[in-house]
Design a binder for this molecule. Sequence first.
Ligand code: C2O
Ligand code: CU
Ligand code: CU
Length: 504
Amino acid sequence: MGKTILITTGFIILLMMSACSNNFGNMDPPHNDKEMPNHHMNHSGGNHNSSDNHMAMMGHDHDMPLQSSTGNNEMKVPPILESDKETENDVYYTIDAQQGQTEIFEGVQTKTLGYNSSFLGPVVKLKKSQTAHVTLKNSLDEETTFHWHGLIIDGESDGGPHRVIQPGEEKEITFDVQQDNATLWFHPHPEGKTAKQVFDGLAGLLYIEDEGMEDTYEYGENDFPLILQDRTFDDEKQLDYRAVKDPDGTMGETLLINGTVNPRLTVNKEKVRLRLLNGSNMRNYTIKLNNNQSFEQIASDGGLLNEPVELNKIQLTPSERAEIVIDFSQFKTNEDVELKMDDGTVLLPFKMNEKEETESENKIEQSTTPVTINDEVLKKPVSKEITLEGMGRHVSINGKKFDKDRIDLTQKQGETEVWEVYNKPDMMGGMIHPFHIHGTQFKVISINGKKPPKNLQGYKDTLSLDSGDKAKIAVKFIEKGTFMYHCHILEHEDNGMMGQIKVE
Ligand code: C2O
Ligand code: CU
Ligand code: CU
């Protein structure tokens, strides 16, 4: 019996391999076991699940379980970057990509990369309407770029693969901050090397704040970023990207939140705002509270939702953000409260402190400019079609791989166009591709012909598409330049699942 299954499985794999090579040309050499395409899909309850009609057994998503957090270490909170100078309208920052060593595990130094530190980066705060001057320094021994994920910025300053800064060099960019309150982030984007540099630690947060808006939350008190990343460490507790790299997206069994292994978070019994960022190379997280209590989502990728949305589960694919508010005053002090994944993995246990009754409830002012899609846009025909396809090294967009000398699309500055993005299933079922566009925040018109759920009705820069999903999005570029659009599974991006649009 066991033998039959083995032989059958082997036969199926052989079949798939030959099918692949027929269809896509050259086949990769066999990889290690975890890349064999017989893993179960990691669907994990999307907001808009398309039916699981594809052959799950033959899906090529991964299933590397994540270890639960023991809660042994208080979660680190990244520092806020101090400006070099700030005047009434201008702010100056320096961001330095560097190598270093970090004590992630007690008593062990791990070689890591970071911005202005040995690992990860500080929170860069920008105020709406300010002019920002940022000096970008590359102290690494390899080339890098500085990309502002989710920021509305001109193509020159956006830090895509063309904007390489050589080791030892620096460059200043200047831009006006035009967005409302938002949790954005920055990371490297050098061609073919993004995944490794992010894996090794290059990722930081970028907050946009609108000073005119009331917001009683306090950073590090009851307003915390949570950068979720999974990593594999070798026997010496080092990050060896080459050894664990997977062309379909590298996963790890060790969870880090803000670089903290086995994190816990101590909170007061009050409303606490968590700014979640999936900073992983490919893992999707479906996050809920262990007691199934509901929480509120107040913001998506590009800023505040029109109104808080009550949820008891949220899915984040790579690069997506969500700000959620959990009301800890509803729990008993010694109650076990934790953030969990759908499959039961503990992400973050909480420890609760009593809070003085007298203090008023934390709140944030609702956006005064609600996100809406007007009729004129809704009536527009689709003018850009994007098809995401393939797996591993054979990924493509509209049948092509990234070529930095080829412009794939053009769009007029300030004009809204309707893009239709399709995640085409393949013979092995397919997988989630998080579709991201640089230099814009778009609006989701529909997913599979239906209006998106409430928490996808705000500004987005990355949209998770399940295999077979077709979405319509309204895209407008405020700034000129050449911008990337790509799958945010970093290995897919590195493998060429990326195109460029020129905005004039
Ligand atoms: Cu996080 Cu090209 O993007
Ligand atoms: Cu981006
Ligand atoms: Cu992808």
